[in-house]
Design a protein around this ligand. Structure first.
Ligand code: SF4
Length: 476
């Protein structure tokens, strides 16, 4: 039977794990705050002390979810943590991660960043075979696969189970005596390894290491599994090497500028994107303004390359969650109004070149152009440091429906009219790849599917035959 895709929960989340530190929960708490930009709807943590597993999850920001008492209860030398974003209707505490289970193998906690494209199909199969699900999270599918695996070795059970899910992901798992971390075979979602004294740490982004005083060791390789226990670190290479397809949008928008992903510093890439934008898509303006915070680096690059002065013409209210990842259009509209203000003394009477990293739905751009005009800008020329975002992402970013994307059914001129700008230009995919210095002969080691529609993995529908679980050593 072919299963039609339904637009279920799609997450852009952050994960963290630590093994071998007496204050594992406290360190995880600080790391989750550093990863807060990756998800603001829920947070959670699980820890182990060699005797039992502790966990705590809740809805809201990390600072709302954990009290001092909660952290004191999360005892032990190892912990994993998660910050979560979900679509509307899925933001329940049952879906907050890490999910924890008691299995015949002992305690198991799981958390993941990304989206498992065949999770709905696997879930139907598992439910038909008697599995009872507690949540609507993709992550629980993997927990059931692990629990039902016929593999006697836990690591093999985890690897076999995770190999059955397709998509973009970074997993962290905690057992009574081990921390396990896995990155998807394409490297779609980031995952980094660090050291904090004698302890090992893993995180979605290396900015978490800076915050906790850990040293960056390396990126987890696509398809690699790390097992950390009392004996140290064991790295298990992927069974079959796959073409790399790191998410370009992590660099363009999601990641923090102080993170390094797969050898590229996010700020440096954004600045280069801005320089290329100025060289290939110049605009006649008196000042350059970057949309805070994610476009500030690109605006600096544009200003440097064009010689047009960079100004702070927009001020951000830091206490409002990111607009793009608010769960409904109404909240997004409200978020834009709350979040940014134009500085009249900077903008009044000037021709503004507004640099933004992307136009996804168009809401923010329209409001920004309006704000700048209201503050006295005589012209507003918008330059975008990425190509038009035309296709849905199936790998963990909340653009699962093409209908939400303004570039899906508008030309560049049409978008320009919609947002009310005097001119609008985007980078091409080739110009975007130039910023990474990768050879221009494709295939690039990046996923550009939201720009090109060419997905690195199969998406949907998924057939039962393609995921014939009985042939993969799992007892479902
Ligand atoms: S489709 Fe776009 S947002 Fe999604 S993983 Fe690929 S590059 Fe990233």
């Amino acid at each position: 039977m072919w299963l039609e895709r339904t637009d279920g929960p799609h997450e852009e989340c952050g994960v963290f794990g630590i093994y071998g530190h007496p204050s594992a929960a406290q360190i995880t708490h600080v790391a989750l705050i550093a990863l807060q930009h990756r998800g603001q709807e829920a947070a959670g943590m699980a820890s182990v002390d060699g005797e039992r597993m502790y966990n705590h999850r809740g809805l809201g920001l990390v600072s709302d979810v954990f009290t001092r008492e909660d952290l004191a209860r999360l005892r032990g030398h190892a912990a994993i943590g998660h910050v979560r974003y979900s679509t509307a209707g899925q933001n329940t505490v049952e879906n907050a991660q890490p999910l924890t289970f008691r299995t015949h193998r002992g305690s198991l906690a799981l958390a993941h960043n990304g989206n498992l494209v065949n999770a709905p199909a696997l879930r139907v199969l598992l439910e038909r075979q008697g599995s009872l699900f507690q949540s609507t999270s993709d992550t629980e599918v993997v927990a059931h696969l692990i629990a039902r695996s016929v593999q006697t070795n836990l690591i093999e059970a985890v690897r076999t189970s995770v190999s059955m899910v397709k998509g973009g992901y970074a997993f962290v798992l905690l057992t009574d005596d081990r921390l396990i971390a896995l990155r998807d075979p394409y490297g779609l979602r980031p995952l980094a390894l660090g050291r904090l004294g004698e302890a090992y740490v893993v995180a979605s982004e290396s900015c978490a290491f800076e915050t906790i005083g850990a040293e960056f060791v390396r990126d987890v390789e696509p398809g690699e599994t790390l097992v950390i226990d009392a004996g140290g670190l064991t790295a298990i290479a992927p069974a079959q090497p796959t073409r790399r397809a790191m998410c370009t949008f992590e660099h363009i928008y999601f990641a923090r500028p102080d993170s390094d992903i797969d050898g590229w510093n996010v700020h440096a890439v954004r600045k280069k994107l801005g320089r290329i934008l100025a060289e290939r898509h110049p605009a006649a303006g008196d000042i350059v303004i970057g949309v805070p915070d994610s476009s500030v680096s690109a605006a600096a690059g544009f200003a440097e390359a064009s010689g047009v002065p960079l100004e702070m013409g927009l001020v951000k209210n830091k206490y409002v969650a990111r607009t793009f990842i608010q769960p409904s259009q109404a909240l997004r509209d409200l978020g834009v109004r709350l979040k940014l203000n134009a500085v009249r003394s900077v903008v009044d009477g000037r021709r503004v070149v507004l640099i933004d990293d992307s136009i996804v739905r168009g809401t923010t751009s329209r409001r920004l152009v309006q704000l700048l005009r209201e503050a006295g800008a005589t012209e507003v020329h918008v330059r975008i440091s990425s190509p038009p975002y035309k296709h849905a992402c199936h790998y963990g970013i909340d653009t699962s429906s093409k209908g939400q994307l303004i570039a899906a059914d508008h030309s560049v001129e049409g978008i320009c009219r919609e947002i009310g700008a005097d001119s609008l230009e985007f980078l091409t995919v080739e110009e975007t790849m130039e910023a990474f210095g990768v050879p221009q002969d494709a295939p690039y080691p990046f996923c550009n599917a939201c720009f090109t529609g060419c997905y690195p993995t199969e998406v949907y529908p998924i057939s039962k035959e393609q995921y014939d679980v009985s042939q993969q050593g799992v007892g479902v």
